[in-house]
Design a protein around this ligand. Sequence first.
Ligand SMILES: [Zn+2]
Length: 273
Amino acid sequence: MPELPEVETVKERLKQDVLNEKIKDVKVYYPKMIENVTSKEFINTLIGQSIVDIKRRGKWLIFELTNNYMLSHLRMEGRYYLKTPKDELEKHEYVCFTFESGKELRYKDTRKFGRMFLYPKDDIYTSKELKDLGLEPFSKDLTVSYLKDKYKRISLPIKTTLLNQDIIVGIGNIYADEILFLCGLNPLKKAKDLNDDELAKIIKYTAKVLKNAIKKGGTTIKTYEVAKNVHGGYQTELLVHTKVNTECPICHSIIRKIKVNGRGTYYCPKCQK
Ligand SMILES: [Zn+2]
C-alpha cells in the first residue's frame, strides 16, 4: 500500500509529467471509481480545464484544475502511467485523461479500491475527505503539547495510534515500525503513557524517517511501485520492518514480529522494552 512517501513521490512525478497540460478528453471505464459525482459529470467538468498544480495532503493527491479540484486516493494498488492515446488500453486501466499535447495519463488499479472526487475550488479543505485529517508530519504545529493533548485519553498501543490519520497524517505500517525502533519505544506502550521526551522523539523520528523515505523515492514493498520500473530505494534502509528473525542493527538481539491490533509489527525486544 502506498504511504505518504510513495504518494509524495507519485505527486512529484505527476508534476513533471502533466503540469499545465490541458484536458482534451476523459474516459472512465469503471464508473464506481468516481465517488461524489457521476462519471458523466466528472468527464464534462474536466474537459477543457488545465492542471494548474498538484499537491498532497496526507495520502491524498490534489489536482488543482482551472475551476475545480480533483482528489485522488490510490488506496492499495492505484498507479498513474504516462502514455499516449495510441498505446493499447491495458487491463485495469480505468480512467484515462487525454491532453491536447497528445499525452495521456492513465490510472490503473488492479484492486479497484482507488477513488476520485471532484470539488469546486472553495470546498476542498472543508470536504469530508480532508477536513478531519491530522497534521502533516513536517508541520511546525506538530509539537509535544499537541501530541500530549491528542494522546491523553488514548489507551491504545502507540503503534496503533501512529496509524491514526486524525492526529498525524501519512504514517503507515512500515514507517510506524521504523519510527518506534528509532525512538526505542515498545509498540505496545499505551499512547497516553508517553512522557514528553518520548513524544519529542516521536516528532523527531517521524520527520526523519519520512523525509529520508521521500528522498529515496518511497519503499517498494511487495507489489507496490510508484510507476512502471520506478522502484523506491527505501527498502534497503529498513531497520526492523520485515526483518523478523534477523539481528537488530543496534544490539544484535533477534527482531520479533507480533500483531498489534491486527497489524504485523516488527520490533527489537531489547532496544524497545
Ligand atoms: Zn536491539
